[in-house]
Design a protein around this ligand. Sequence first.
Ligand code: BV8
Ligand code: ZN
Length: 254
Amino acid sequence: MSELSRGISQLAEALDGAQRVAALTGAGVSAESGVPTFRGDKGLWKGFEPQQLATPGAFSRDPAMVWEWYDWRRGLIAACEPNPGHRALARLEAELADFWLITQNVDRLHQKGGSQRVLEVHGDIWTLRCFEECGYQVLEERTGIPELQRCPDCGAPLRPGVVWFGEGLPEETLHQAGLAAATCQVFLVIGTSSVVYPAAGLADLAASRGAQVFEINPDPASRIRGVTVLQGPSGEVLPEVVAALEARRKGPRT
Ligand code: BV8
Ligand code: ZN
């Protein structure tokens, strides 16, 4: 039995016996849908420093340029469909009594793939809101809007509803994600380079409370002691994990 198949059956067994399960996903989960990752060779940040684009300072300095970069990304994402990894996570939510999906992704492909309970700790690219925080926000799913949009209530520029570097994460969402990580028995780290905090700290929190941590990534990055790595693309590994869990539940109780 290969290392990977051993990992898959270990994870299926752990999921089968857990009361609460939490998963943290990153850009790698959307890679097989065609959404470029942030730090891969064709990374979204290519040629740009994240601090150049994904910060409030960058937006106040040059809102049109930052807006254009997000509009380009929205166009990219709009052409992408959920992949088998997204769908497997939606099946996991249906199969498990208490499953929390925490995502750093802003593309909403988890929801498009059927997940209902998604904690978007870095916001989402389809919500626009007033840069001056006057309270205006709108769901804007049209793409190809190259020119900077203005707030209809106060005239300030509209910004994407994502969390930029140096900005706090949405409090209630982060609180729920922290609670899930602190009280789960199994924590999955899927498709993330685990470099961006506080999201990356959720796996440490889960491990510190005794959860079993599993990482699914072709290029594993987690530094959690005792992490079990399932080395492979999430679009292939996750469906096998869910199939193994479902087989355990259909077959005679072991
Ligand atoms: C905060 C939304 C405090 C926007 C993002 C200096 C200055 C300022 C801040 C800091 C600083 N030093 C440290 C910080 C903290 C900073 C941080 O952690 N920086 C890092 C870079 C060191 N964090 C913050 O600033 C956070 N806020 O700390 O605020 C505060 C508190 C209260 C009040 C005020 C302030 C905010 C962080 C959020 C930033 N926003 N995105 C947008 O999308 O444009 S971050 C961005 O990186 C994305 O959200 C992305 O999800 C996230 C993490 O990247 P990954 O998802 O992991 O993607 P990556 O490309 O890196 O990796 C892909 C992985 O997939 C790889 O491992 C690869 O192997 C794998 N993969 C590839 N293919 C597959 C696969 N896996 C599976 N299957 C495949 N097929
Ligand atoms: Zn406004």
